[in-house]
Write a protein that binds this ligand. Structure first.
Ligand code: SAH
Ligand code: SF4
Length: 380
């Protein structure tokens, strides 16, 4: 069964959150605890087939196999960089492929996952955006990324302390791969619920971070539905500049975005918002820009993460020189903001932020989406 595309009438178990599994087992006339048992098999023991669920009776396994299956990713390529960063390219059908990246660190294993094939929001400096938008990923395609990375790392005999203690290799998930997660709201929230569910991956809300370019109404919905840690892609301290870099700003300008960020904080698992800020040479990286930014966000408890821009062909931008990134950081720190500079990982395999290109067959007229219909209803 291909990734996210159940063969025939079969339901992909990777598509179902706890409520979905409960409904399935109710339909089958089975006891509710069976749903939890199956969830453990799929997401914790990471099995790939119903037959492996050995504490279910043979009759129940046969009954299940007639209606469900486990459809993990189809891997097109799997590359490991010199620094241990590993990138998988996953086929999602129709000539499209998305990427996910594993970033090993001493005290954690982070997986950067994709939420859409392409992106309709067309940020000026982003390689995914430049490729256009094809479609939203299904919940199974989003969850399947975590499921597959854990399986692959275990199969390769990963040796880190928490795995030796029986935990999964991936301890942190960031939705910072291809796509705008809040433009694929329902599927992303279902996937988040599976990440957090104690009967599935059991990650704490602080260990799951969603990065958004600023879809204000969806930030408010997320605050109600599933408030994980939030990163907001700011990239500019005034509307004129942000309109150019992040076109969705024309619809949800900075004042609205900052107000939504502040509202989010009363439900957020951390007491600050992370503002991401990509450093573009001569565009948004002067000390004046930093001062303007500090004034703009003064009322929002936040931290800054400066991202040295990662080049891709034909982008028309340059990365800020290191000295300028350091002065920008110094200005923000002097103004009282915790400010980190993102380490660039996996450069030799194009696995760094915003270099995730995948393969996108664009079939949309994305400019109309941004200015016309809400981006959150982008094509399915
Ligand atoms: N769509 C979401 C999440 C995916 S992009 C968002 O925009 O937040 C994750 C982060 O990488 C964002 O902050 C984005 O602005 C940044 N990014 C995009 N292209 C980049 C590039 N070429 N170099 C560095 N960062 C980039
Ligand atoms: Fe989409 Fe984020 Fe890239 Fe903007 S930066 S085009 S929102 S993926």
């Amino acid at each position: 069964m291909p990734f996210g595309r159940p063969g025939g009438h079969l339901i992909n178990l990777l598509d179902l959150d706890a409520a979905g599994l409960a409904a399935l087992f109710a339909d089958l006339g089975e006891k509710p605890f069976r749903a939890k048992q199956v969830s453990h098999w799929v997401h914790q023991r990471l099995v790939g087939e119903i037959a492996a669920m050995t504490d279910l009776s043979r009759t129940l396994r046969e009954k299940l196999a007639a209606v469900v299956a486990i459809g993990g990713p189809v891997v097109v390529s799997d590359t490991t960089a010199a620094d241990g960063t590993r990138k998988w390219l996953l086929d999602v059908g129709g000539g499209n492929a998305v990427e996910m990246v594993y970033i090993p660190e001493d005290d954690r294993g982070t997986l950067c996952i994709s939420s859409q094939a392409g992106c309709a929001l067309d940020c000026a400096f982003c390689s995914t955006g430049k490729q256009g938008f094809n479609r939203n990923l299904t919940t199974a395609e989003i969850v399947g990324q975590l499921w597959h990375a854990n399986r692959a790392l275990l199969a390769d005999g990963i040796s880190v302390p928490w795995v030796d203690q029986g935990r999964a290799p991936i301890t942190n998930v960031v939705l910072m791969g291809m796509g705008e997660p809040l433009a694929n709201y329902d599927r992303v929230v279902s996937a988040l619920r599976i990440f957090l569910d104690d009967n599935a991956y059991g990650l704490s809300r602080r260990r799951v971070t969603l990065s958004t370019s600023g879809l204000v109404p969806a930030i408010d919905r997320l605050r109600e539905d599933c408030p994980v840690a939030l990163a907001v892609s700011l990239h500019a301290g005034n509307d004129a500049l942000r309109d150019r870099l992040v076109p969705i700003n024309r619809k949800y300008p900075l004042a609205q975005l900052l107000a939504a960020s502040l509202r989010y904080l009363d439900r957020a698992p951390r007491d600050f918002i992370t503002f991401e800020y990509v450093m573009l040479d001569g565009v948004n990286d002067t000390t004046d820009h930093a001062r303007e930014l500090a004034v703009l966000v003064r009322d929002v408890p936040c931290k800054f993460n400066l991202i040295p821009w990662n080049p891709f062909p034909g982008a028309g931008f340059e990365t800020s020189p290191r000295s300028r990134i350091l002065s920008f950081q110094r200005t923000l720190v002097d103004a009282g903001f915790v400010t980190t500079i993102r380490k660039t990982r996996g450069e030799d395999i194009d696995a760094a932020c915003g270099q995730l290109a995948g393969r996108v067959q664009d079939r949309t007229r994305r400019h109309i989406r941004i200015h016309g219909a809400p981006a959150t209803t982008a094509a399915h």
